[in-house]
Design a protein around this ligand. Structure first.
Ligand code: AP5
Length: 222
């Protein structure tokens, strides 16, 4: 179709469920998922120059310098697939400067989703989180245990998922959240993320379906 593809940003505190919801959004809407956390972790595993620079910041639960992350994201957004299928940006922008970089490039989403989860829940979600290095799937020891013993045996923990580091990540998130919100206040949709993941997704799904319909109307009206 001639309709412009959907552009979505998802934000929320550490472990608010961004990655979990992104898996479901991609299945349903076919958007290109761009997660700065995943991209950075891949650079670290590959031992690249970016990875070596980013590693110490990530392991300490601090933000990687803006210029490193911004270059990485803008390069990824300019790929053909993101232009034709639409994109789902997860974990960026994370500072006012990052939001301004996108504004300067006239890169703006249709919807800005914010997942809202109380602090005390976030700590437990991080400490119990496990990742499958083969499939990239996100698990939780009690909330979403692995399906088989084989998967269970290969699960890994993120080095920044200790209670102490989660607290520092949460502080940094709070320090930046308001300034970023001000950039997107007219398209912000806050969602209660402290519910079963299917219920959270049902809300996101109806939001994005509506945004899609509105875009189509605009295109056909021209
Ligand atoms: P990043 O990977 O983006 O980490 P984060 O924002 O802290 O988010 P998380 O990945 O921890 O959580 P999530 O919201 O995706 O939750 P998930 O779905 O996994 O960034 C990591 C680091 O990279 C940063 O600290 C920084 O150093 C660097 N970085 C990244 N972007 C950057 C940027 N733009 N600028 C500078 N630096 C940057 O869920 C969490 C757990 O909860 C899982 O175990 C899951 O199974 C469980 N769970 C999920 N949903 C539910 C539910 N509804 N009910 C119960 N449990 C649930």
């Amino acid at each position: 179709s001639t309709c412009e593809p959907l552009k979505v940003m998802i934000s929320g505190a550490p472990a608010s469920g961004k990655g979990t919801q992104c898996e479901l959004i991609v299945q349903k809407f076919g958007l290109v998922h761009i997660s700065t956390g995943d991209l950075l972790r891949a650079e670290v595993s590959a031992g690249s120059e970016i990875g070596n620079k980013a590693k110490e910041f990530m392991n300490a639960g601090q933000l990687v310098p803006d210029e490193i992350v911004t270059a990485m994201v803008t390069a990824r957004l300019s790929h053909e697939d993101a232009k034709t299928k639409g994109w789902l940006l997860d974990g960026y922008p994370r500072s006012f400067a990052q939001a301004q970089s996108l504004e300067n490039l006239k890169i703006r989403p249709d919807v800005y989703v914010v997942l809202d989860v109380p602090d005390e829940i976030l700590i437990d979600r991080c400490v119990g989180r496990r990742l499958d290095p083969e499939t990239g799937k996100i698990y939780h020891l009690t909330n979403f245990p692995p399906e088989t013993e084989e998967i269970k045996a290969r699960l890994v923990t993120r080095p920044d998922d200790t209670e102490e580091k989660v607290k520092s990540r949460l502080e940094i998130y709070k320090q930046n959240a308001k300034a970023i919100l001000s950039t997107y206040s007219n398209i912000t949709k806050k969602i209660d993320g402290n519910r079963p993941k299917e219920m959270v997704f049902a809300d996101i799904e109806s939001l994005l379906s509506q945004a899609k319909r509105e875009k189509m109307k605009k295109t056909t009206a021209v």
